[in-house]
Design a protein around this ligand. Sequence first.
Ligand code: 6GU
Length: 227
Amino acid sequence: MKIETVTIFPDYFAPLSLSLLGKAQESGILEFVVHDLRSFATNNHHAVDDTPYGGGAGMVMLPEVWGQALDPLMVDETDLIILTPAGKRFDQSMAQEFSRSSHIVFACGRYEGIDDRVREHYNTETYSSRNIRVHEVSIGDYVLGGGEVASLVMIEAITRLLPGVLGNPESLTEESHNEDGYLEYPNFTKPAVWREIAVPEILLSGNHAEIAKWRAAAANARAKKNL
Ligand code: 6GU
């Protein structure tokens, strides 16, 4: 899978070379390319934004600059993801869908967002006929300063689903994970007593049927509490 990001803050993406993602790049499972949006600004002061038509607070990112940056990245079979708090909410099933993509381009907006004609332009038949799909995505109901951190979140959730990225692939397939892919019950390891708090007795019993029952009940109790 090839993942490209377009941003005015390329340094945000330094963590992509750490840990499991760094290894996945070395082994060729993943390829990351970060593009500096400002290098596509040909105007006077290398501006990437301007005031909004119709008035109002904040600045809007220039379509001309985005077009220059994105055009060369729009090869056949590409998912173009525009990060915006107004987008469709990212979740585990969306991560699973994107994990089947061969090429994802993240457009990281700053300020009040990107001129909407960028979305409209790449959403036309010219592109869809080449299997270029545009998605507006948000990672949750809060407002960030820009799409950089949101795209890092998505990259981590998507790439850990790729074969060979996780150290232990059983973490993905074990029955004890819910449909969203995470453990619902509380976990414990050594020592059996820590600061006078004992691990639940049943987990030390070796009785796997009873342990499964206990975990299901504990997961239920936790889910209720978090509603
Ligand atoms: Cl994708 N962008 C921004 N700026 N804020 C967000 C977001 C994205 N997702 C949640 N909040």
